[in-house]
Design a protein around this ligand. Structure first.
Ligand code: CTP
Ligand code: MG
Length: 216
């Protein structure tokens, strides 16, 4: 069985709204609620812990914890509150409201059926990606092997605990949790995910999410 950690404690500075991003209204409800519904629909997810901004109450059916100053600290705070009954820990950003129960199940299934420490949602890159030194191109990467990484990310609990037991500076520098598992020598598997599972970062993304949810 799995426990899900949903990080929702960010301010959403790039979105530029007054209330914290996860609580901005999207399709008539707070953004966070879309992710919670997808997680509640998966039987293997027994409990949901949500890292929250100051002064915000936990949504129904979840355990709330105060988030940290950085995303990674919010993940760590949620993991601490999660207890140790579950061998599998799922981490999800509330900023990805288009997550589906199917994608959650696909990630859990990948971890359960392969010899790996983590299974992470990711979409194949469709743009050609070049690396530059300033404005000068240094190389063109082989797109066939490139993935744009998303959440959910599911972990063997021990691997995630080890990954998060770093000092705050190193933790804060990591843009996802799986990269820390990689650094520990762990095996991380990608799970093919739709590009629709976008991250709401800017007002453009919010508009796109609204249109995609309305078309469901
Ligand atoms: N998050 C968190 N605690 C933090 C920072 C971020 O729980 N201290 C969460 C956000 O709520 C979001 C996810 O981590 O669901 C991904 O972060 P991001 O998209 O960067 O959201 P914000 O930090 O809120 O946005 P911004 O960086 O524009 O302020
Ligand atoms: Mg942020």
């Amino acid at each position: 069985m799995a426990v899900a950690l949903v990080v929702a404690a960010g301010r959403g500075e790039r979105l530029g709204t007054e209330r914290p991003k996860a609580f901005v209204m999207l399709g008539g409800r707070p953004m966070l609620q879309w992710s919670l519904d997808a997680l509640h629909a998966v039987d293997a997810v027994r409990r949901i812990v949500v890292a929250l901004p100051p002064g915000v109450h936990a949504p129904a059916g979840t355990l709330g914890v105060p988030g940290g100053a950085e995303r990674s600290q919010s993940v760590r705070a949620a993991l601490r509150a999660a207890g140790d009954d579950d061998d599998v820990v799922l981490v999800h950003d509330a900023a990805r409201p288009l997550v589906t129960a199917q994608l959650v199940q696909d990630c859990l299934h990948a971890l359960a059926t392969h010899d790996c420490d983590a299974a992470i949602a990711a979409a194949r890159v469709t743009d050609t990606i070049k690396e530059s030194d300033g404005d000068e191109v240094v190389r063109t990467l082989d797109r066939a092997n490139l993935w744009a990484v998303q959440t959910p990310q599911v972990f063997d609990r021990a691997a995630l605990e080890r990954a998060l037991s770093r000092d705050d500076a190193e933790l804060a520098a990591a843009t996802d949790d799986a990269s820390l598992v990689e650094r520990d020598g762990g095996t991380v598997r990608v799970v093919s995910a739709p590009r629709e599972n976008l991250k709401v970062t800017t007002p453009f993304d919010l508009r796109l999410a609204e249109l995609l949810l309305a078309a469901r």
